[in-house]
Design a protein around this ligand. Sequence first.
Ligand code: ADP
Ligand code: MG
Length: 284
Amino acid sequence: MTTAADETTVLPSVPPTGGPAHGSAPGLAQIEARDITAWFGDRKVLDRVSLTMPAGGITALIGPSGCGKSTFLRILNRMHELVPSAQLAGEVLLDGEDIYDPAKRLIDARRAIGMVFQKPNPFPAMSIRENVLAGLKLTGTKASRSTREHLVESCLGKAGLWAEVKDRLDAPGGGLSGGQQQRLCIARSLAIKPRVLLMDEPCSALDPTSTRVIEETMKELAHEVTIVIVTHNMQQAARVSDTCAFFLASQGTPGVIVEHGDTGAMFQSPQDPRTSDYVHGRFG
Ligand code: ADP
Ligand code: MG
C-alpha cells in the first residue's frame, strides 16, 4: 500500500524541461502490458498479465482486494520500482514503445502517464491555482503568465471544477470538499499533459454526488486521454468503462486476469463463472 506521503513525493517527477506547457496534443495513446509478472521480495503477486488498454477508451480493472490491481496500475507508470523489494518482468508499451527500455527516461514515462490516487492529495496550503500548476512550478518549467492562467482555466475546466472555483483561485486547495479536491488532483495531473491517466479507486472516498461528477469528468476526458481506472464499484465500472479486466488471485496464488473484454459483454454474458460470480456480487 502507498501512503499519501509517498504519493505526494511522486508528484514532482515531471521533467524540468520538455517543451512548452501548451504544445499541440500528441494524439491518443494505447497502453499495452505484455506478460507482466511482479514480485515483492520473493512473493509473486502478478503472473504473466497481458492487457491492451485502447487509445481514447476507459478501461476498468476490477477484482477482489489483494489481487494485484494497484500493483498492475503502478507498473503502468513505473511507480512499482519505488518499492525497494519490488521486481518486475514483462513489457509496458506506450504506443508500441516499451517504457522500461533502458534507453528511455523514467521521467518521460511519469510525464506521459499520470496518476490519481484513492485519497485526494492536493497540497493543502497551496492555492487552487498553485496546485494546478504544481507540476510545472516544482520542476522549474518556464511558462508565461498568460500561458499559466490559460492552463489553470483549461485544466480546471476539463476536470469539471472551473465553475465552482473560478472566483477563489487563491484560496487554499485544502479548503475544498473531498470531491472538489479529487477534481483538483485531476486538474493537476492534466496540467502536465499526460497521454494516459491512471486512477486507483478515485471515488472510493467520495459521496455519491461527487462520484457522479468525477464519472462525468472521466467520460469527457476520454476524448483526449486514455483512462485506466481501478474500481470496486461494479456499477461504476459498468457506467464509465468501455473495456474491463477482471483480476483474481485465488488462495495465495499470484494475480491473473481471468477475463477481459467489452464491458457490456463482461457484465451481461461473462464467459467465466468466476467473473459472473464477481460481477453479480457473490464474492469479493
Ligand atoms: P489490490 O489493489 O488488488 O487490492 P495490491 O496490488 O495492492 O492489490 O496488492 C497485491 C498483493 O501485493 C497483495 O498481496 C499485497 O499485500 C501485496 N503488496 C502490495 N504492496 C506491497 C508492498 N509495498 N510490499 C509488499 N507487498 C505488497
Ligand atoms: Mg488497490
